[in-house]
Design a protein around this ligand. Sequence first.
Ligand SMILES: [Zn+2]
Length: 413
Amino acid sequence: MSHPRGPLAQLRRGHEELVLGLLRKHGPLSRGELGKLCQLSRTTLYDILAGLVAGGAVVAAGPQDAPRGRGRPAETLTLNPEAGQAIGIDFARRAVHVAAVNLAHEIVGSASEPHDADLPWEQRVDLAERLIGSLNDGGLRLGALSAIGAGVVGPVGWPEPEDDPEPEDDPEPDEPAHPVQPLLRERFGAPVLLDNNTRLAALGEAIWGAAAGDRDVLYLRLSHGVGGGLVVGGALHRGAYGLSGEFGHITVDPDGAPCDCGGTGCLETVASIRAVLDAYRAAGGRADDVPELVKAIRAGDGTALTLLEGVGGTIGGVLAAVCNAIGPSVIVVGGELAETGPALIEPVERALRAQVMPVSRHRVSLRRATLGEAAGALGGIALVLHESPLLSRYPAGPDLAPDLLEDIKRRQP
Ligand SMILES: [Zn+2]
């Protein structure tokens, strides 16, 4: 599928989507069966099919070369399992994570690679392209790519009213500005939907992960940054200017350390990876990264356990306050620091239960995230498949391949 603009191109695109939707729903169909179901003229249908076959979205199977005659089985058309329909990319602070789904909405794979925090955007896009090229053992075809859903760090909004030259003419902003957006569009030749990467992780967990099926979800990610996302009443909450879910910048110590956001004593200054490792080393511990910290905890290191008890208590207090404000049924905790396990999660839970309004105490379920580092990329795919940057009132997620989803979950520690 190509992506030219204009009414005719849009009409063609609509016909392509119609045919692909029928093949997704019914499985392999003959041209005759497709013709009855789609109600397009024979000429139009054959033209659309020729384009889809040429682009690699659809493959023909059957006795094309068999002699003509009565009883000859008809050639059938089917979705190409190697054709990617949507790509999700999570541009985290120090890593790129990618995932893709094919035209049947099955996950064809996910991949990740860490990088330095100051890697330029061009090279991050290079890295994303290389990771996408490795999916499906390098067999993923992008001729039928419908769009890319990409997550980036920080708030992703659209121009403020005074910066928008024609706000009345364009009340549906759908392309927030970010340097990575034109780079991706140029590299992959497909539209790019952009959102905050942590919010996309919340979306992924709420559709396919730890909070699948829940309609009111608070997601907290403890990583190089601390952030989160909210699903309220079955819809991802974006907030004005895309600023919803910045739990990492709730003040926990007015006399605390300065924060990257410009504030002071934010949760991020005590509960990010760097903050925790710095505090551990200041207390005499030795760990350069989270896996080393996890090792120390497993060895029963008292300094590490005491530190995480305090950090967990602070996190639990923030969660209790947010809980009282929005009333979630599920809290999901993800990010690398969650890999410290019960040493962190148990004090989080104790503080949460102690400080949340008593009536909520046993109604909120606290869970570890299950999609791991793929969550944000999967959320990007969800953004594409539902074709709404806001995803307000998104229904149950599309039918992703359960086996691959299980595989992704199994690979998490
Ligand atoms: Zn802050």
